[in-house]
Ligand binder design. Structure first.
Ligand code: URA
Length: 238
């Protein structure tokens, strides 16, 4: 089905910067209503475990990144959703706010999510390292190592059906692979019970607009897989 202004997802897709798309079957299928705090009777055990972990690691000084960070960036979103996006590490805006993906790359990530009818209320967003590497350099292997257990615990708590690795650091943290994104994005990987997709990091897309097209191809595959397995779960109490 070619994307046209009348398509339900067209507005979101056009903000992603493409002018013509094919939506996968079922892409616009309606899913459950978003959770409203008013109708939320309590916090889910998953959310409770996640906030306990956040409290446990808030003062972490396990590696040199603790010396230069302003705020650790633990992760945020819906840990009950079954869908996790993993980036590399906080940049300047994230370091200042304590929230993942809120700078330019984050704004693009929001548009990428919207292009397949997702937002931060129906996925969880985390990073391979929780503290900003100075000058936004790539995290070093020992920093990834020191931080790895936190991402591991987050994934244990969430028990996701689908994980999306954004860029090489995330792919390395999640798959232990140093292969190129071009190689790793071909096909799905398995990680425990989860299907894992590797795609380009939004910062790479900002630097190289030609990567929009492969990322869009990956997002269509992701949307199809989510439709097949009935994710994301939009609620999360109990
Ligand atoms: N890049 C990342 O990998 N993570 C963030 O949180 C922000 C930018």
């Amino acid at each position: 089905m070619p994307g046209r202004p009348s398509d339900p997802l067209w507005h979101a897709v056009s903000t992603f910067g493409l002018d013509f798309v094919h939506l996968p079957p079922g892409a616009a299928a309606s899913r459950g209503a978003p959770v409203s705090p008013q109708t939320d009777p309590g916090i889910s055990s998953v959310r409770r475990a996640m906030s306990d972990l956040a409290a446990e690691v808030a003062g972490c000084r396990a590696c040199r990144l603790a010396e230069t960070r302003k705020l650790p960036v633990f992760g945020e979103g819906n840990p009950d959703s079954g869908v996790v996006f993993v980036g590399e590490g906080p940049g300047q805006t994230e370091d200042e706010t304590g929230r993942p993906f809120v700078g330019r790359a984050g704004q693009l990530l929001d548009r990428i999510l919207a292009s397949i009818d997702l937002d931060r209320t129906c996925c969880y967003i985390a990073n391979a390292v929780k503290c900003r590497p100075p000058g936004n350099r790539v995290p070093l292997p020992d920093e990834m190592e020191a931080c790895g257990w936190i991402l591991e615990r987050q994934l244990e708590i969430i028990s996701p059906g689908v994980i999306v690795a954004l860029g090489a650091s995330a792919a390395s943290a999640l798959l232990g692979s140093r292969a190129s994104i071009a190689q790793l994005r071909v096909g799905w990987h398995s990680r425990g019970e989860a299907s894992l997709m590797v795609t380009y990091h939004p910062s790479a897309v900002l630097r190289t607009p030609a990567l929009k097209r492969p990322v869009w191809e990956d997002m269509k595959k992701l949307r199809s897989r989510l439709n097949e397995i009935g994710l994301p779960r939009r609620s999360g109490n109990g």
